[in-house]
Write a protein that binds this ligand. Sequence first.
Ligand SMILES: C[S@@+](CC[C@H](N)C(=O)[O-])C[C@H]1O[C@@H](n2cnc3c(N)ncnc32)[C@H](O)[C@@H]1O
Length: 373
Amino acid sequence: MNCEYFGKCGSCTIHDIGYEGQLDLKIQREKERFSNFTDIDFDIVRGDEQNFRNRAEFKIWKNFDEDDNATLSYAMTSVDKNVLEINSCQIVSVDIQKLMPKLLEEIQKDKILSFKLFAIEFLNSTTNDMLVTLIYHRKLEEDWNTLALELSDKFNIKIIGRSRKQKVILENDYINEKLSINNSTYNFRYIEGGFTQPNTKVNIGMIEWVLNNIKDSSKDLCELYCGGGNFTIPLSSKFRKVLATEISKTSIKSAKVNCELNNNTKIEFIRMSAEEFVEALEEKRVFSRLKDINLKDYDFDSIFVDPPRAGLDDTTRALVKDFDQIIYVSCNPETLHRDLEELTKTHTIENFALFDQFSYTHHIESGLILKKI
Ligand SMILES: C[S@@+](CC[C@H](N)C(=O)[O-])C[C@H]1O[C@@H](n2cnc3c(N)ncnc32)[C@H](O)[C@@H]1O
């Protein structure tokens, strides 16, 4: 990939050694980082070299002429932390890439749509569903709704308007996605504001890697940080039942819808932080959210965790150690390394994978399967 903003844009910071070069760099760095725990071969799930991001956010920058007419452009933070105006982006999906200039040109024509617009977010599916969130520094009135609806019809996209304490949903606030995972089709609804994986191809690769590296179990799976059920729903095929928890209301709402969309009756989703769930399991606190669930009905042998960048907190790390099988997906190798200091006292690493979700950046996602010693 050759982007005209390489070296200037603060997003893609590894730009001068090509896709293979940046991947090799990250593989060597992580092999070295984790060499005190394991010398097994890492499985590598590669990304596409360009057009791999199905969600993206851009600032909107305005240049004014002497008559105070504004010209709008997309903008990123530059490597030296200034504003970098851009005309296009090579890493976003083809649909987002095509829509970007046409959408901005149309918004630019109208003072109501463009007034105090400061960011645009895109969320796109492989089924060509597109949700665009226009974010403003002002209250949105009825006249905005009418014009935004016209924009939505013109480009066949869903539009949400956001400003402080305001969210205007014109049609609906989600997109539909269909993923083929190990030749089975799964339907997902991604709701605006809920967590979704940014790289569809690598996301499918991550789910397949987990599915292909764990055995069928006659027991149950416990999952923390489950988001909208991205891993939960495909993984449930390997277990008798699944209990999955997550802190975000929006994500739990989409997880429940996703369960219905896939006619899945094996999973119970509960809105609960990982820390609260530990308290519930250890019977330290009673939660009304769990009134219809008897935790004693579950016979867990495995736990799946995919925490945010902070990794596991102390109590969750201690809980995880009670399970025979730990499946750990991590977006931060530093906190993963810290957590493994503790987990490898009771478990051995059986499989280790690197998932290149964030090409041309120093970030890399990891996946591990650990078994009790
Ligand atoms: C990296 S995402 C993974 C989501 C999901 N596994 C997926 O593939 O889409 C981490 C998730 O953890 C949730 N989260 C953050 N802090 C949490 C906490 N303390 N307890 C439970 N969930 C939390 C976030 O809302 C987010 O959905």
